[in-house]
Ligand binder design. Structure first.
Ligand code: PLP
Length: 380
């Protein structure tokens, strides 16, 4: 039986080049980067070179990159770190209803601490309304956190417009770019981004490493207390091999970005047109690209109204196909996806969703096989 992976938004396979770059740091180069002797200095150098690679992918400065253990930690650090640091200035945070749980649940925790959070609506395609954003700002607002691209339906928010609104009001702007990094161009300077979260395992580095970009001059409270690592902002002996892997993955992503976008867009658009041609009673969740990129190149999310998402997933799995109903983080959850609910899907439609997220390993033949399998399951 063939085994096909279409769940690259849940996690990605470590690239061979990434593994090769990491291996020495799991073998001979095992030094503690804080040690002063040669072995330690060599690990330290590797971390700093990775920092430059991560910075280059998003046009940041190396000293604006802080390594973390994952995208969730980066989100927690951004939300809680800014909230606690700016308590005196205000207690209001603005985010959206379709954020990742790492952001939404950080907000819930902050609400218990006396912060007030506005959860902005999105339209039927998942875009937030920048005018509603502007109207939601009060003189207590200290942070706006809006994801760059959605992990379920691929919607890419108007980040530049959002940052302009934030900065006109003197508010810090954070974006969860875990899905966007390496999949679409990001330039923190041009786009006016103050803080940005990214994660290794979503861009072909291993699990257990992430990064937070914080623009120079922005202060935040530590999330992890301890030693002096990461300029004292994130204690704990560094995950050297993971960090080296992340740096290598960012470097590869930067080199391949245009080809990557073109290839994944081709797979996705072929899949969308084949599904719409062959399967009745489907609804595409999320936007369609017009003249500009509005949707993550590798993301296609359909509700197949004639079958429940879970049943479809199980049958696909039996055919050797890995895909996802909503997102990996909400699987096991009986509730319909909060994202699909926010774009106005009723419960049945939300529960019949199938998220396909393509990667560079997939081919047009794979897409054909996938569509045939879906056709067999639904039409038989
Ligand atoms: C996967 C994901 C995260 C969490 O990243 P981890 O490294 O798995 O903690 C956060 N935000 C978005 C949008 C994601 O897709």
């Amino acid at each position: 039986m063939s085994s096909l992976y279409f769940d690259n938004s849940a996690t990605t396979k470590v690239k061979p080049e990434v593994l090769d770059a990491m291996l020495p740091f799991l073998k001979k180069e095992f030094g503690n980067p804080s040690s002063m002797y040669t072995l330690g200095r060599s690990a330290k150098r590797a971390i700093e070179s990775a920092r430059t690679n991560v910075a280059n992918l998003i046009n940041a400065k190396p000293n604006e990159i802080y390594f973390t253990s994952c995208g969730s930690e980066s989100d927690n650090t951004a939300l809680k770190g800014i909230a606690l640091k700016n308590r005196e200035k205000g207690n209001h945070i603005i985010t959206s209803k379709i954020e990742h749980p790492a952001v939404l649940n950080s907000c819930k925790t902050l609400e218990k601490e006396g912060f007030e959070v506005t959860y902005l609506d999105v339209d039927e395609r998942g875009f937030l309304d920048v005018q509603q954003l502007e109207r939601s700002i009060t003189n207590k607002t200290i942070l706006i956190s809006i994801m760059f691209a959605n992990n379920e339906i691929g919607t890419i928010q108007p980040t530049k417009e959002i940052s302009k609104i934030a900065h006109n009001a003197g508010i810090i702007f954070h974006t969860d770019a875990v899905q966007a990094c390496g999949n679409i161009p990001i330039d923190v300077e041009k786009m006016g981004i103050d803080m940005l979260s990214l994660s290794g395992h979503k861009i072909h580095a291993p699990k257990g490493v992430g990064a937070l970009y914080v623009k120079n001059g922005i202060e935040f409270e530590n999330f992890m207390d301890g030693g002096h690592q990461e300029k004292g902002k994130r204690a704990g002996t560094e995950n050297v091999a993971g960090i080296v892997g992340l740096g290598t993955a960012c470097n590869l992503a930067k080199q391949n970005l245009n080809t990557h976008i073109r290839y994944l867009t081709k797979l996705r658009d072929y899949y969308i047109s084949e599904i719409e041609r062959k399967i009745p009673n489907t609804v595409l969740n999320g936007p369609r690209d017009q003249n500009i990129i509005q949707r993550l190149p590798g993301n296609a999310n359909f509700s197949f109204l004639d079958i429940e998402g879970k049943t479809l997933l199980l049958k696909l799995d039996q055919m050797g196909i890995s895909a996802s109903s909503a997102s990996a983080c909400s699987s096991g959850n009986q509730e319909p996806s909060h994202v699909l609910t926010a774009i106005g899907r009723d419960e049945a439609t939300a529960k019949s969703a199938l998220r396909i997220t393509f990667g560079e390993d997939n081919t047009i033949d794979d897409v054909e096989y996938l569509v045939n399998c879906i056709e067999k399951i639904i039409l038989n």
